[in-house]
Ligand binder design. Sequence first.
Ligand SMILES: [Zn+2]
Length: 338
Amino acid sequence: MKQLLKDVVCHGFDWVGLMPAVRCMFAGRAAIIMFHEIQREFRSELATGTSISLFEHSLSWLKREGWKIVSLQECLERVSRNDRSHRYAVLTFDDGYRDNVSVALPILERHNAPFLMYVPTGAPTRTLQAWWLGLRELIRSRDDVTVDAMDARFHCPDFQAKVSALARTTQWVHEDYERATMLTPTFQKAGVSLSRLNDAYFLDEKEIERLSHHPLVSIGGHTTSHSALKTLDSSSARAEMVDNRHYLQNLIQRPVRHFAYPYGKPNACGPREEQLANDAGFSTAVTTCPGQLDARRLNHFALPRTFVGHLDSQIAFQARMNGLQRGLHMLLGCRHAA
Ligand SMILES: [Zn+2]
C-alpha cells in the first residue's frame, strides 16, 4: 500500500511535468547507490534484492540523464571542489553476493561502470550468521511458518503473503539485533543451514581475490561477522573493523580504504563507530541512511546512500535520484513547522 502511494506520487509529479523542476530544486550533485543481490529469479527470492530489469534500467537511466558513474574517491574529490560539470554516482554492493559477479558484472562491464563491493570476512569464510538468508529460505520453502522466538505463526501460501511474512520477521530482528541468534533453533528445526546458504549465495575467497584484479572493482570492509557495531563494546567493535581490514588486505594484496557499517542505520552505528573506522585506517565509511552528497555537510565517515531494490518501480528510482523524496521531506517539514 505504501509502495502504491509512493508510485502514485512519483507518477503524478512525472505526469504533470514537474520532475525537471524537482530536480533543479532538490537533487544533489552526487549520490552513492546501494545494492545487495542483483536477482535473475527476483520473485522466487521474494524480491529481497534488485531485479535485473531495475538494475539495467538504473544504469541506462543514469547515463541518459547525464550522471557520470565514478569511483568513490573520485566522487568525493569532485564534490569537495564543488565540480558542477556533471552529476556523479557511485555504485556499491554490500555483502559479496555471487550474483554481483554472475548477473551484475557483465552489465557493469557494458557500461564501463566502476563499483565498490563491501565484504564481511564471514561471507567468503562461510561463517556468516546470515539470518536474513535463513528467514528467506524458511519462508519461501513452506506455506506455514512458526517462528518460536517471535511467538508468531504465518500462513504464507503465495508470493504476497511470503513477502509480508518476511518483512515482519526481518523487521523484528532489525528492532533488536540480539534477536538474530534467537532464530537458530527455528532454523535447526526446519533444516535450514546457514553455512549451506553461505556457499550458495556468497562469493568464496578465490572468487573475491580474482574479482579484486578486475579494473572496475574496489573491495571495501564490512566487519568480520556483520554485527551491528553499536551493540558491541568498543574493543570488540574495533576488532570487527581492524581484523576484517587485515583479512581483506591479506587476501587481495592491496590496500582496503573504504568501509560500510553493517545495517548502517542509527541503531547500528554512530559517532563512536565513525571514530573507530577512522582509527582502523579506513578513509571513508558509508551508512544506509538515505540522502545524496552535499559539499556543505560532507562527513567522510557517515556517507548516506540511495537504496535501489525490493519492489521499487523504475519511476520511484528516478524520483529518488531527482531528489523528490528529499523535497517532500523538506516541504512536509516546513508544514509541520508552520
Ligand atoms: Zn551488509
